[in-house]
Design a protein around this ligand. Structure first.
Ligand code: MG
Length: 235
């Protein structure tokens, strides 16, 4: 069954999240000030380093931030935005040539994630750009938080099976885990500094390889049956 939908992650998938450099420093400093000995300095720095790879609330949960540490970081992060485009990986320009219905789903603080997307000028490449915003949590009208419910809404909108969806990203704790739990096909972008995840269906270093996966997906069905490889499920 041919793939029809690709759901992309942003940070460490299409762009190098570390490239925003010192932008996070005010938030890190606020968390350090609020720490008050709750975590040892070494563990605290390890936790802050994780913020480059994983959403702040997940880091705060995992490392047991106190409410004061959490809210100190939160207040800084929710106001943050980039002023210059973040560093994209060299293959970013291949995204529009991936012949599927494309979505961008990114977790983080709404203002920051939107500012990155706008600075890159990539919004129009996607059917929809969905921010799974940490700072919507307090809004009781906001949809459920997390990538899995976002993916479920995309599947419902597209009317396709999970097996027709490629979930492309770096993080097993986020999109890759959610995609796998739904039965979608997971493609891990093993960018520099990203640890390979053996449960991903595919591991790629470049989006070039995603195009190869799609070419292989289309070829055998048509060759074996003589039928055109047409979409059979998605709107
Ligand atoms: Mg990511």
């Amino acid at each position: 069954m041919p793939y029809t939908v690709a759901i992309f992650d942003l940070d460490n998938c299409l762009i190098d999240a570390l490239s925003v450099g010192s932008l996070f420093e005010p938030a890190f400093e606020a968390v350090r000030r609020a720490n008050q000995g709750a975590l040892t300095p070494a563990v605290l720095e390890e936790a802050l380093n994780q913020c480059w790879y994983t959403a702040f609330d997940l880091v705060a949960d995992r490392y047991g931030f106190t409410p004061a540490m959490r809210s100190a970081g939160w207040e800084e992060f929710r106001q943050m935005e980039v002023r210059t485009p973040p560093q994209a990986y060299p293959d970013l320009g291949l995204v529009p040539s991936i012949p599927l219905r494309r979505y961008l789903v990114t977790s983080g603080f709404r203002r920051l994630q939107n500012s990155k997307i706008d600075a890159l000028g990539i919004r129009s490449w996607f059917e929809d750009v969905i921010i799974d915003a940490l700072d919507d949590k307090d809004d009781e009208n906001a949809p459920p938080h997390g990538k899995r419910p976002v993916f479920e809404r995309i599947l419902a909108r597209e009317g396709c099976t999970p097996q027709q969806v490629l979930v492309i990203g770096d993080n097993p704790l986020s999109e890759l885990g959610a995609g796998r739990a739904l039965g979608a096909v997971t493609v891990q972008t093993v960018r520099p500094g990203i640890r390979p995840w053996e449960l991903a269906d595919y591991r790629v270093e470049s989006l070039e390889e995603v195009l190869q996966i799609l070419a292989a997906d289309q070829a055998p069905a048509g060759a074996a049956t003589g039928l055109a490889s047409v979409s059979d499920g998605c709107a």
